[in-house]
Design a protein around this ligand. Structure first.
Ligand SMILES: [Zn+2]
Ligand SMILES: [Zn+2]
Length: 315
C-alpha cells in the first residue's frame, strides 16, 4: 500500500433475493434462440412506442417521439453467443433462481452472456423507458456490430452508454472513457467499479467520447459449459435500469486513464486469459484500496476512480 490512508466503506446493498418464476421461464426461452431468431423476436416484441431500425449487424430502437433536444442514455447488449449451438429447453437446469446447463448438454455455453442483457432490455422497453436500445450482432468475435455501426448519428444525441454485458453481481465495469459522475450514480445502486476488457459500449464510448459503464447482469463463468446465471441478479439490474433517471444530464469524460495498466485477467474457471499486447509483468492495483479497476495516474502512483473521488471530496 502507498502513502494514502486506507479507507473501507461498505455500500448499503439491499439483497434482492426473490425472483419471478414466470419471467425466469421467459428468460430461458431466449437462451434457446439463434442470433437471427433472437433478432426477429426482439423486433416482434418491440412496443409501438418505439421505432425500429434494422442494420446489417445491429438493431437500433428509439422512442418515436425522440427529438434530440434532451439527451437520453443508450442501453446495449449483444445477440450472439460463444459457439453456434444454443441449448434446448431440455438441456437447461433451473434450481431456484440459478440457471445452468445439465450434465451432458451438447450446447457449448448456456448463453446468459448476453441473453441476460437482452432480457433486461426487452423488459425495459415494456415500460416505455426513454432511451435508445442498441442490440449488436457478433460481439464475441470482436465487437463486429458496434464497430460497423458506431458512427450512426443517433449516438451523437445520447449522454451515456450503459452496457448490460458484464459478469457477476455488482460490477460497474469501465473501459477508459469514464465519467466520475456516472460511476458515482452506479455506486449509489451498490455497484463497484471494476476494470473491463472490451465490449460494445466501450467501442461506442471511445468513438464519440461519451462515457460508458457496463453493469453486471448475473451471468458467471461465461464462455464455458459451466456458465450459470443468477436470475435474481438479472432482475435486480433490471430494477436498477428502471430507476436510473439520467435523461437530460450531461456527463463529461473527466478522467483519462493511463494507457493500459490493467492486469492479466483470468476467467473464474481458468479456461483462458485474455490476450493483450502490453501485459505488464506485475499486476497494478489502486494504491488506496488495492482494487484492480481502471487506474489513473495520481501523484506518483495509481489510484482508482472511487478512491480519487473520496480524496477529492475530502479536500
Ligand atoms: Zn458478452
Ligand atoms: Zn462474452
Amino acid at each position: 500500500m502507498g502513502k494514502f490512508i486506507h479507507k473501507i466503506e461498505t455500500p448499503k446493498i439491499q439483497a434482492f433475493e426473490s425472483y419471478n418464476k414466470e419471467k425466469l421461464q421467459e428468460f430461458c426461452q431466449l437462451l434457446t434462440l439463434s442470433q437471427e431468431e433472437l433478432a426477429n423476436h426482439i423486433i416482434s416484441e418491440t412496443p409501438d412506442f418505439y421505432k425500429i431500425e434494422k442494420y446489417q449487424k445491429a438493431i437500433i430502437i428509439t422512442p418515436k417521439n425522440f427529438d434530440g433536444k434532451v439527451k437520453i442514455p443508450t442501453f446495449s447488449s449483444h445477440l450472439d453467443i460463444v459457439g453456434c449451438k444454443p441449448p434446448t429447453l431440455d438441456e437447461i437446469e433451473i434450481k431456484d433462481a440459478i440457471v445452468s446447463l445439465k450434465q451432458g448438454a451438447k450446447a457449448s455455453v448456456l448463453g446468459g452472456d448476453d441473453r441476460c442483457g437482452v432480457w433486461i432490455m426487452l423488459e425495459l422497453m415494456k415500460t416505455h423507458k426513454n432511451a435508445v436500445f442498441a442490440f449488436f450482432y457478433d460481439e464475441e468475435v470482436g465487437c463486429v456490430g458496434s464497430r460497423l455501426h458506431c458512427n450512426l448519428p443517433i449516438f451523437k444525441q445520447v449522454n451515456a452508454f450503459i452496457g448490460l454485458d458484464r459478469r457477476g453481481t455488482y460490477d460497474c465495469a469501465t473501459y477508459g472513457t469514464d465519467s466520475l459522475a456516472l460511476i458515482d450514480i452506479a455506486t449509489t445502486f451498490g455497484y463497484k467499479e471494476e476494470w473491463g476488457s472490451i465490449t460494445d459500449v466501450a467501442v461506442l464510448a471511445e468513438h464519440w467520447q461519451i462515457p460508458c459503464i457496463n453493469l453486471s447482469v448475473g451471468f458467471n463463468s461465461e464462455h464455458s459449459q459451466r456458465e450459470w446465471v443468477d436470475f435474481s441478479v438479472t432482475e435486480r439490474t433490471l430494477e436498477t435500469c428502471k430507476e436510473l433517471a439520467i435523461e437530460g444530464q450531461e456527463f463529461e469524460v473527466d478522467l483519462q486513464p493511463e494507457p493500459y495498466l490493467g492486469y492479466n485477467y483470468k476467467y473464474d474457471d481458468g479456461l483462458y486469459d485474455d490476450e493483450w499486447e502490453d501485459i505488464p509483468l506485475e499486476p497494478v492495483f489502486c494504491e488506496v484500496c488495492g482494487s484492480e479497476c481502471n487506474l489513473y495516474k495520481f501523484a506518483d502512483g495509481f489510484i482508482c476512480a472511487e478512491c480519487y473521488l473520496d480524496l477529492y471530496e475530502e479536500k
